[in-house]
Ligand binder design. Sequence first.
Ligand SMILES: [Zn+2]
Length: 140
Amino acid sequence: MSFFSAASGSALWRGYEYFRDARVLLWQQTDTNTLQGKVRGSGEKIYTVSVNLEHPRASQCDCPHAAGRKIVCKHMAAVYFAAFPQEMERYLALVEEGERQQERRWEEQRQEIWQYVNSLTKQQLKEQLYQALQEKWGQW
Ligand SMILES: [Zn+2]
């Protein structure tokens, strides 16, 4: 399993931010499959991280979120990005592509709504507006 697919979207993004904000204090690759590092957490506590490159979910971190659980936390992601800058570039490109796709979907949705509104008669528009306002006021 690749590191990206083992980690949640928020762990990867927060890990990227931690790396960017220089919270990875030190890291080293200790063997083919292992990265070790120290990462400064949000509460200024320093966490000890060991990333298992072959089995990312077997990685370890002594933060409260990851301790004793088989998950990839943001501290592991930060160490991973520190060790593999090209993987970080690839990750950022994927995030950008995802944002572009989302923007295209929203644009399509806006066009669909506009076409729908344009297709209505004046009477239908009045009814739709009345219904929408009634639903909105019904929530108060
Ligand atoms: Zn952690």
